[in-house]
Design a protein around this ligand. Sequence first.
Ligand SMILES: Cc1cc2nc3c(=O)[nH]c(=O)nc-3n(C[C@H](O)[C@H](O)[C@H](O)COP(=O)(O)O)c2cc1C
Ligand SMILES: Nc1ncnc2c1ncn2[C@@H]1O[C@H](COP(=O)(O)OP(=O)(O)OP(=O)(O)O)[C@@H](O)[C@H]1O
Length: 143
Amino acid sequence: MTRTVIAQGTFDILHPGHVHYLEEAAAMGDELVVIVARKANVDHKEKPICPATQRRDVVGALAAVDEAILGHEEDIFVPIEELDPDVIALGHDQHHDDAAIEAELERRGIDCEVRRAGAREPAAEDELLSTRLIIERILDQRG
Ligand SMILES: Cc1cc2nc3c(=O)[nH]c(=O)nc-3n(C[C@H](O)[C@H](O)[C@H](O)COP(=O)(O)O)c2cc1C
Ligand SMILES: Nc1ncnc2c1ncn2[C@@H]1O[C@H](COP(=O)(O)OP(=O)(O)OP(=O)(O)O)[C@@H](O)[C@H]1O
């Protein structure tokens, strides 16, 4: 049986931290599907610059990713119900509460493990491992 893993995020401007997360998530199963967050659901930080379809297409081009899809606009558990994954891989700093996700999965009758990926260890001290930091650097140097 194919083990499907789900990863999710905004993926506005890609960096090696994203690649690390998605490679770790892919290693948790056989097939990796990535749910790309809709702008309306990014409410805990600045909204993404790039359109959702562009973010989906670039994430989908990464070697670790089998498929990238746009998230649901209102109910983030709709794609999970449709995909019926074996594992949800949360990013190391994702604000979601593991126990709350597990409770919602149980309520909806979805049998799926929730795991957390680790953070990337910087390969060089000047690596920019956050979209926010890349944007800050652009504003500093080109603004
Ligand atoms: C299990 C799970 C499923 C998600 N599904 C969706 C979705 O269908 N639509 C969406 O817009 N966001 C969805 N999200 C939320 C975002 O992907 C994401 O967590 C957040 O809004 C963006 O912040 P981040 O890039 O800091 O993680 C989901 C999150 C989780 C944990
Ligand atoms: N340096 C990193 N190491 C490991 N995973 C990362 C790293 N940066 C981001 N991720 C993961 O990638 C996923 C998507 O991240 P997101 O699109 O929010 O990027 P970000 O660079 O963290 O954004 P921002 O800097 O704007 O908060 C999240 O699950 C996050 O945990």
